[in-house]
Design a protein around this ligand. Structure first.
Ligand code: AMP
Ligand code: MN
Ligand code: MN
Ligand code: MN
Length: 278
């Protein structure tokens, strides 16, 4: 069974509509896919309808990726197997989406001061039905010729202390975990190695994450050093966390795709074990 439990559609900063994401996942042999858009569950209904109407051999897990804050870090919490009609969950999604709107206006104002034009309108155009993310702003800046790739744009304009960066007002990590739990989902700490924190801080984070109800750790990602995967597996055992794996797919590239290069180290307890015959 091939599991990919972290992916994005154009309801956040992914490029594909849900239907195309599902088609691609089936093509790549993914048996169980979670769609985990940033602060959005907008793509789930369409994806389910498509799977049902075409009777596709894939199981879709309802997911979300919340942006949260913990200490001075922006931490991403993935919710898996959530009930999408839960009032607490919906209220938090609504708050986070409003924060995205407010931040987007502020980002656009700052970037226009730096000489870029029509920033908010263009970012909204690019985002379509999706949540506005920094990725959309990066695409706008790139279009206007300020850097040759998105990485470069992020580095010059969109990361902390750069002109287009607006400090986040995301909910606390604990709030996101509580909402996911209220919706009977599993709260998973996303891509632990991407926060640029020392192991000491990571361990502190894991203690608090567990304390406030966190249950899972994203242990396997593509393009990860084998020793990093082993280390995260070891942490999952030490802190007794369920293990997840996901591509964090946003759009097709030569080096990353749905379901590719995902496996858990030995002796890891998969998060999907409790999902019955998923
Ligand atoms: P936001 O949640 O709006 O702050 O946007 C964060 C998103 O931007 C992440 O989910 C990534 O998809 C993308 N991102 C963050 N940092 C980088 C980077 N250095 N290069 C390319 N994309 C990035
Ligand atoms: Mn993203
Ligand atoms: Mn993330
Ligand atoms: Mn993601």
């Amino acid at each position: 069974m091939k599991y990919d439990l972290h992916s994005h559609t154009y309801y956040s900063d992914g490029k594909l509509p849900p239907i195309e994401l599902i088609e691609r996942a089936v093509e790549k042999g993914v048996d169980v896919l979670a769609i985990t858009d940033h602060d959005s569950i907008g793509g789930l209904a369409e994806a389910h309808q498509f799977i049902d109407s075409e009777q596709l051999p894939i199981k879709l897990i309802n997911g979300i990726e919340f942006s949260t804050k913990w200490q001075s870090f922006e931490i991403h919490i993935v919710g898996l197997n959530i009930e999408t009609d839960n009032a607490d969950l919906l209220a938090l999604i609504n708050e986070q989406q409003q924060k995205r709107e407010t931040r987007a206006a502020e980002m656009a104002a700052r970037l226009e001061k730096k000489g870029f034009s029509n920033v908010l309108a263009r970012a909204k155009e690019l985002a379509g039905p999706g949540q506005l993310t920094r990725t959309h702003f990066a695409r706008v800046i790139k279009e206007q010729g300020a850097a040759k790739d998105l990485q470069g744009v992020f580095k010059k304009f969109l990361v902390r202390s750069k002109p287009g960066y607006v400090p986040s007002s995301w909910c606390d990590m604990a709030t996101a975990i509580a909402a996911i739990r209220a919706a009977n989902g599993v709260a998973v700490l996303a891509h632990p190695s991407r926060y640029g924190m020392s192991n000491k801080w990571l361990r502190r984070l894991l203690v608090e994450f567990k304390d406030v109800g966190g249950q899972g750790l994203e242990v396997a990602l593509p393009q990860q050093a084998p020793c990093d995967r082993q280390f995260l597996g070891q942490l999952s055992r030490e802190y007794q966390l369920l293990c997840s794996q996901g591509s964090d797919f946003h759009f097709p590239t030569n080096w990353l795709d749905l379901g590719r290069n995902l496996y858990l180290p030995k002796d890891c307890e998969p998060v999907w074990q409790q999902w019955g015959d998923a």
